[in-house]
Ligand binder design. Sequence first.
Ligand SMILES: Cc1cc2nc3c(=O)[nH]c(=O)nc-3n(C[C@H](O)[C@H](O)[C@H](O)COP(=O)(O)O)c2cc1C
Length: 278
Amino acid sequence: MKRRSVDPIYSMCVQPSFIIGTNNEDGSYNFAPITWVSATYEKGDGYLLVISMSGNKRTRQNVIRSGIFSANLVNKNMLPLMDYLGSKHAAEGKKDDVEYGVSRGEVLDVPTLDDSPWVYECEVERSVETGESVTFFCYIRNIQMDENLSCKDTFDVDLTVLDPVIYSGRYHSLGSMLGKIGDFKNDAGVTGGSTNDVLDKFHRRRMIMHLILAIGVLVSLMGLGTMIPAILIIGIIGIVASPFYGLFSGAMCCPYCGEILGRRGFGDHCQYCGKKIF
Ligand SMILES: Cc1cc2nc3c(=O)[nH]c(=O)nc-3n(C[C@H](O)[C@H](O)[C@H](O)COP(=O)(O)O)c2cc1C
């Protein structure tokens, strides 16, 4: 990988998108997007949400005053709402030009967004000021997650179900789930290529296999149509050859664990090692 050094102003790293719900002084609610969000581990099962806010925006004032807020993960459907809430400062008036459903937290008395598939209810543990920003380290008092998610543990969250918006100065969406910790450690250095290279090679070979099969079928039909046995035999050879090519080139086998695919039915993932292939 060839890189070039650039000015540190290019610090827009990959950011998850959250809309932060806070209580105004008069008891009404306010929402604004904040994407400087991360997490850190405290102790036991405890994680802290880390969130940073610059300037003197209402959201920051509300968090400092009340010490509580909700962090509503933004999925693709919520992008217009996030864009709107981020384009208007609370100081310019109530953000009620568009409709959105609001509820209250289940553990903390914070406003939450009905459309969000993942909501943290947070309480500030401490804050650190750096220049014009303040970073809050917050206890996560409750998580409300989409009922469609079935997570066994903290490492078992399928982000593709959540469909989050990723921000880096521009809005992006997530591609695919690639696997879990440990799935790729044996590929490191062995293939000399990235996960994408492994999959690219696999899909290329698979395409060749399908091409051989298609040509075989086509030539066989021509043979049948013209009643010329030689053409028919060439076609049949193509049809028979394609699975052999598939097996020997690995186009019929999982590119990760080598098991023959399809024996246990087809799917996006290998039925043996669980890694995403298609
Ligand atoms: C996509 C997006 C991400 C943002 N991320 C942050 C952020 O991480 N920190 C921050 O201080 N402001 C961030 N903002 C700016 C605030 O959302 C914006 O100033 C908003 O109008 C503040 O609203 P408020 O006055 O209701 O607090 C972001 C805005 C957008 C559109």
